[in-house]
Design a protein around this ligand. Structure first.
Ligand SMILES: CC(C)(COP(=O)(O)OP(=O)(O)OC[C@H]1O[C@@H](n2cnc3c(N)ncnc32)[C@H](O)[C@@H]1OP(=O)(O)O)[C@@H](O)C(=O)NCCC(=O)NCCS
Length: 135
């Protein structure tokens, strides 16, 4: 069974393998754990048979008006079971008091986010690929 939690209690780096699929220079499990600690809000999907994290979503916020969702991922072998949808729903509920909730995604994922009544917009970004594995 998949359980959802917004706590890192009992989650170690040993529970964080397999993420950042297709990232050329992915964060290590230590860096992954650190970014979860430092995020304003997180939700994790945990397989209670193994204790492993199989999906996660993060948000960072000014705690006044706005929140940004930088990361959402479900492990490949767990995709298509509603885990991504549940993670987004948990996070949007957590962020429901904020005026602005933003994220960036590729065009092929816009339909995924539209199911949560998010709307297409325009944005800009900058990526420092030398820092893709974290600081
Ligand atoms: C995007 C992602 C999180 C979806 O997770 P998932 O657990 O496989 O998705 P779910 O099973 O919860 O899908 C829920 C619904 O969204 C739909 N959906 C899933 N991926 C979709 C996509 N790329 N485009 C449109 N709809 C999509 C599903 O068909 C499903 O619809 P249904 O409820 O009518 O059956 C997952 O594919 C992933 O980790 N991708 C790689 C990382 C990534 O792209 N993250 C997003 C960065 S912005």
């Amino acid at each position: 069974m998949i359980k959802y939690t917004n706590s890192l209690d009992n989650i170690t780096t040993n529970h964080l393998n397999g993420f950042f699929v297709d990232w050329p220079n992915p964060p290590s499990v230590t860096t992954h754990h650190k970014l979860l600690e430092k995020s304003s809000y997180i939700w994790l999907a945990v397989d209670d048979h193994t204790g492993n994290v199989v999906g996660f979503i993060t948000a960072i916020s000014d705690e006044v008006l706005s929140a940004y969702i930088p990361l959402l991922e479900v492990l490949p072998e767990y995709k298509g079971r509603g885990i991504g949808k549940n993670l987004v729903e948990h996070m949007l509920s957590t962020l429901s008091g904020f005026y602005m909730v933003d994220l960036l995604c590729d065009q092929e994922l816009q339909a995924f986010y539209e199911q949560f009544e998010m709307i297409k917009t325009q944005g800009m970004n900058f990526r420092n690929y030398q820092k893709q594995s974290g600081i």
